[in-house]
Ligand binder design. Structure first.
Ligand code: PLP
Length: 226
């Protein structure tokens, strides 16, 4: 996660290097920022970046990146472990609950593709709720990796919602996974990921219970008859 932010910031440095600016990133690098308004979230001199993607990093992150740590240094291993544990905690789960968090280093697209191409089993089907370029990109990834999928496209001004997701999962029992971009940064749309997740959990638990209930009913009939 931290590597992604760092590489995106350097990418921005290259893109804006030909314009006038007041602030420099490192003395040897090209000019970074173009606006002159101060930004309190960073050093008080730098400006926030408003290009797609979460690009602006705080002064704390920038300062932390001034220190080199070896990848097998116990300090580095401890920091990575705490990031992994805290991300599991944010998802309200843990290693003890059978979940693991794996940090990926790469562009945003690389990280999304690493999940899409490894999480859906060969027999699975992915429902993609899309309202922008990154949602559409997940559909493309499915095509490339030959993953069975369905895309509900809302267009850039639309928004995925929990009711649609639940109805689609109920209508097609072959759907095993659902993907939705939380923050579609190409348009700035923040999608209701929590409500969508809760609705899918509810319908999938309900449909899982149905065969169990049916099995219980026929078992009860059999024991009554004997
Ligand atoms: C969900 C998502 N996908 C893809 C990207 C694109 O990232 P990149 O240009 O680093 O591949 C971003 C950028 O923020 C993103 O938020």
């Amino acid at each position: 996660m931290l590597s992604k932010i760092a590489s995106r910031s350097l990418g921005a440095a290259v893109r804006t290097s030909s314009t006038t600016s007041t602030t420099r990133f490192l003395s040897s690098t090209p000019t970074l920022f173009t606006a002159t308004e101060p930004n309190s979230s960073v050093s008080g001199r730098e400006s926030a970046l408003f290009t797609p993607g979460p690009l602006t990093t705080s002064i704390g992150v920038k300062q932390a990146m001034q220190v080199d740590l070896g990848s097998r240094d116990s300090k580095f291993i401890d920091v990575i472990q705490s990031v992994r544990d805290e991300l599991l905690g944010m998802a309200r789960t843990s290693q003890a609950d059978g979940h693991e968090c794996v940090l990926m280093q790469g562009s945003g697209t690389f990280c999304v593709e690493s999940v899409i191409s490894s999480v859906i089993p060969a027999s699975g089907k992915l429902l993609v709720l899309s309202n922008g370029a990154y949602g559409e990109r997940i559909g493309q990834m499915c095509k490339i990796h030959k993953i069975d999928h369905e895309v509900i496209s809302y267009g850039e001004r639309g928004a995925p919602n929990a009711a649609d997701a639940a109805a689609a999962v109920l209508a097609d029992p072959s759907i095993t996974h659902v993907a939705c971009i939380h923050h579609e940064t190409t348009s700035g749309a923040l999608n209701p990921a929590q409500a969508i997740g809760a609705a899918i959990k509810e319908v999938s638990e309900r449909s899982e219970q149905q065969p169990k209930r049916a099995a219980k009913r026929s078992e009860a009939k059999r024991s009554k008859a004997s």
